[in-house]
Design a protein around this ligand. Structure first.
Ligand code: AGP
Length: 610
C-alpha cells in the first residue's frame, strides 16, 4: 500500500506534491519521489527514506519550476527500499514516468518479454514494467497507449502517468486500488486518499473500477476501460484533514480492523494460481527438503507468537512433522535443540523486533533453514532469512496489531497446505477444495465484522468497567484466546488472562466469583462438549459468560449470558473469523474506557531493544 498524488494547474507543483505525500505517509514511508514536467522534459527526484530526505533534496519544492507533476510515497512489496526501487519510474528512453500503488501479479512475464525486446530495467520493482509498456505501445495517442498497457496488466494498480510529449496534461488510472480526483479553480488533482488534497479542495470525484482520467489545468475527462466518456458527479467532502487519514474512523486500530478483508485478499490471492496450485513466491522448499526436517520451530514475540500457536496445530495436523512454538526471548537463551534438520519459521510484522532477530541468528548459526513471514519489505529479519513470505497488510500504524496478525494466520494455512501437497499427504482435489474455501475467508471476515460489530459495541458498553477478564478455549480456540486476551489488556489496561479451558480446575477457577467476566471461545467442534462443561464450571461460580461460537452451535445459549455467533467456516480457517470479534471487543471496550487506543501506555509498535 503506497500513496500517490498528482497535480496540474496554475500553482508550483512540487510543494503541493510534498504536502500531499506528507498526508499519505501513513500508507507507506520507506521511500518517496516526484516527477515534474520542467521546460519540456520530465524531471525525476526520488530517494530512499522518509519524505524529509526528498524534501531536502529539492529544497522543499523550491528547486523545481513546474506546474505539472506526480508523486509517490512507498510501502515496498517488490524490491526492498532503495533509491532505484523508489518511484517514479522512467521508461527506458525517458518518454514516460509513472507512479504506481498496487501489485502487478503478471509482472515477471511482462518483464521477460520486454527484456527480450532489448529493454533494460533499473529496479527490482513490478511497477517498472508499466512505463516500458507505455513506451512500447505509444504511437502518438496517449490514451490509446494507456489502454493497451492496462489491458496487459493483471493485479491492482492506481497509476499516475506523465508523457514527455504532453506538457499540459497527465493521465491517471484506477483498478482495484483507491484513487480520487480533486477539482479546483487553481488546478486538478489525483490522490490515493482524501487527506492529500483536502487543504486545496473539497470537491472530488471517486473513480470507478477500470476508469481512466485525463487531467489538464482546467479540464478533467473521465473514460471507462473502453475509452468511452463517463459523466461524473462531484461530491463535497466535509471531513477535517486529521480524521481523513483514518478514513473517517476515530482510531487507526479501528480502521485496520476494518481493512482486514482487503489485507487478507491481497495476501492470499496472489499465492493461489489459476490452476488452484499454491505459489509461495519467496519459498523454495522441495519435497526432499521437507522430508529432511525432523522438527519445525516457530519463533516470535507477542501477537506473532500467538499466530505460531495456531500454526502448530495446523502444520502438525497437515504434515505430521513435530512443531515447537517458542517465545523468541526464551529461545535465544535456552540452548535449543536446533540443527540442519530443523526448519525455523520466524514471524514478525515489523521485521525488526530485537528478540526475534536474535532468535533467527541463533537458529541460523546452529544450521537451521530460516523461513520468515514479515510485513515490512527489506527489514532486517527479511534480509537475514533464507526464504521470505511477505504479508501484504500494508503499513500498520496502531500499536496493537490486527490486520498483520490476520495475514500471518493465512500464511500458516498456506505453508501447511504447501507442505502437505509437497509431501503428497493430501489428494490434489482436497487441497483445491480447501484453497477455494481459503479464498472465501476475506468475505467471511467482512461478514463477521458486519454481523457482530453492533453486539460487540453493546457488550463493550456493558462491561467496560470490569477490572479482570478470563479467556478460555481448547485446541485452536485456546491459541485464539491468547491473542484475544492480549488485545484487551494492551489497549484497555484491564487485567486479562487466557487459559486452556481444561486447565481451569487446576487452580485458576479459584479466581472466578460473582460477576467475573469470562469470554469462552467455542468454535472448535471436536472439543465443544468439553468446552461447554468448562463454561458450566465458571457459570456455576457466578461468572458473566460471553461465548463465541459458530452459528450452527446454538446449544451454548443455555450456559452463557451472551453468544457471539460466527458464520459457518471450515474449521481449518476458524481462527481467522474467530479473532475479529475479539479484536473489536478489545478496541470498543478500551474506547469506552477513554484510552488512547492507538498509542497505549508503555508500548511501542516495534520493540527493537532486548
Ligand atoms: C501486538 O499487538 C503487539 N504490538 C506486540 O505484541 C507485537 O506483536 C510484538 O511486539 C511483535 O512484533 P513484530 O510482529 O513486529 O515482531
Amino acid at each position: 500500500m503506497c500513496g500517490i498524488v498528482g497535480y496540474v494547474g496554475k500553482e508550483q507543483v512540487a510543494p503541493i506534491l510534498l504536502d500531499g505525500l506528507a498526508r499519505l505517509e501513513y500508507r507507506g514511508y520507506d521511500s518517496a519521489g516526484i516527477a515534474c514536467m520542467e521546460n519540456g522534459t520530465i524531471r525525476v527526484n526520488k530517494a530512499k527514506g522518509r519524505l524529509q530526505v526528498l524534501s531536502d533534496m529539492i529544497d522543499g519544492g523550491n528547486a523545481v519550476a513546474s506546474t505539472l507533476g506526480i508523486g509517490h510515497t512507498r510501502w515496498a512489496t517488490h524490491g526492498k527500499p532503495s533509491d532505484e526501487n523508489s518511484h517514479p519510474h522512467m521508461s527506458q528512453n525517458g518518454k514516460f514516468a509513472i507512479v504506481h500503488n498496487g501489485i502487478i501479479e503478471n509482472y515477471s512475464e511482462i518483464k521477460a518479454s520486454l527484456m527480450a525486446d532489448g529493454v533494460t530495467f533499473a529496479s527490482e520493482t513490478d511497477s517498472e514494467v508499466i512505463c516500458n509498456l507505455l513506451e512500447k505501445f505509444y504511437e502518438g495517442d496517449l490514451l490509446k497507449a494507456v489502454k493497451k498497457t492496462v489491458d496487459t496488466l493483471e493485479g491492482s494498480y492506481a497509476l499516475g502517468i506523465i508523457c514527455h510529449e504532453y506538457e499540459d496534461r497527465f493521465i491517471a488510472v484506477r483498478h482495484a486500488s483507491p484513487l480520487i480526483v480533486g477539482l479546483s479553480e487553481k488546478g486538478n488533482f489525483v490522490a490515493s486518499d482524501i487527506p492529500a488534497i483536502l487543504s486545496y479542495t473539497r470537491k472530488i470525484y471517486h473513480l470507478g473500477e477500470g476508469e481512466i482520467v485525463e487531467l489538464t489545468g482546467d479540464k478533467v475527462r473521465v473514460f471507462n476501460s473502453d475509452l468511452e466518456p463517463v459523466i461524473k458527479q462531484a461530491e463535497e467532502i466535509t471531513w477535517d484533514v486529521k480524521s481523513a487519514e483514518k478514513d473517517g474512523y476515530d482510531y487507526f486500530m479501528e480502521k485496520e480492523i476494518m481493512e482486514q478483508p482487503r489485507a487478507l485478499h491481497d495476501t492470499i490471492s496472489p499465492r493461489i494460481d489459476d490452476n488452484g496450485e499454491i505459489v509461495l513466491d519467496g519459498v523454495h522448499l522441495t519435497r526432499e527438503d521437507i522430508e529432511g526436517y525432523r522438527r519445525i520451530y516457530i519463533t516470535a514475540c507477542g501477537s506473532a507468537y500467538h499466530v505460531g500457536m495456531v500454526g502448530k496445530y495446523i502444520i502438525e495436523k497437515m504434515t505430521r512433522i513435530p512443531v515447537e512454538v517458542d517465545l523468541a526471548s526464551e529461545f535465544r537463551y535456552r540452548d535449543p535443540i536446533v540443527d540442519d534438520k530443523t526448519l525455523m519459521i520466524i514471524i514478525s510484522q515489523s521485521g525488526e523486533t530485537a528478540d526475534t532477530l536474535a532468535a533467527l541468528r541463533e537458529g541460523k548459526q546452529r544450521g537451521a533453514r530460516i523461513l520468515s513471514i514479515v510485513n515490512v519489505v527489506g527489514s532486517s529479519i527479511a534480509n537475514e532469512s533464507d526464504d521470505v513470505l511477505y504479508t501484504w497488510a500494508g503499513p500498520e500504524i496502531a500499536v496493537a496489531t490486527t490486520k498483520a496478525y490476520s495475514t500471518q494466520l493465512s500464511m500458516m494455512y498456506l505453508i501447511a497446505l504447501y507442505m502437505a501437497d509437497k509431501l503428497g499427504l493430501m489428494e490434489k482435489e482436497e487441497i483445491r477444495t480447501l484453497l477455494a474455501s481459503l479464498m472465501q475467508v476475506p468475505e467471511l471476515v467482512e461478514q463477521v465484522i458486519e454481523t457482530t460489530r453492533p453486539q460487540i459495541m453493546e457488550l463493550a458498553k456493558q462491561y467496560h468497567q470490569v477490572e479482570h477478564a478470563y479467556y478460555l478455549g481448547r485446541n485452536v480456540d485456546y491459541a485464539v484466546a491468547m491473542e484475544a486476551s492480549l488485545k484487551l489488556k494492551e489497549v484497555s489496561y484491564v487485567h486479562s488472562e487466557a487459559y486452556a479451558a481444561g486447565e481451569l480446575k487446576h487452580g485458576t477457577i479459584s479466581l472466578i466469583e460473582e460477576g467475573t467476566l469470562v469470554v469462552a471461545l467455542a468454535g472448535c467442534h471436536r472439543v465443544i462438549e468439553k468446552t461447554v462443561s468448562n463454561i458450566q464450571e465458571v457459570k456455576a461460580r457466578g461468572a458473566k459468560v460471553i461465548v463465541v461460537t459458530t452459528e450452527d452451535n446454538t446449544g451454548v445459549e443455555k450456559v452463557s449470558d451472551h453468544v457471539i455467533y460466527l458464520p459457518k467456516v471450515k474449521e481449518l480457517f476458524l481462527p481467522s473469523v474467530e479473532v475479529v470479534p475479539m479484536q473489536m471487543l478489545g478496541f470498543y471496550l478500551a474506547k469506552e474506557r477513554g484510552c488512547d487506543v492507538d498509542k497505549p501506555r508503555n508500548l511501542a509498535k516495534s520493540v527493537t531493544v532486548e
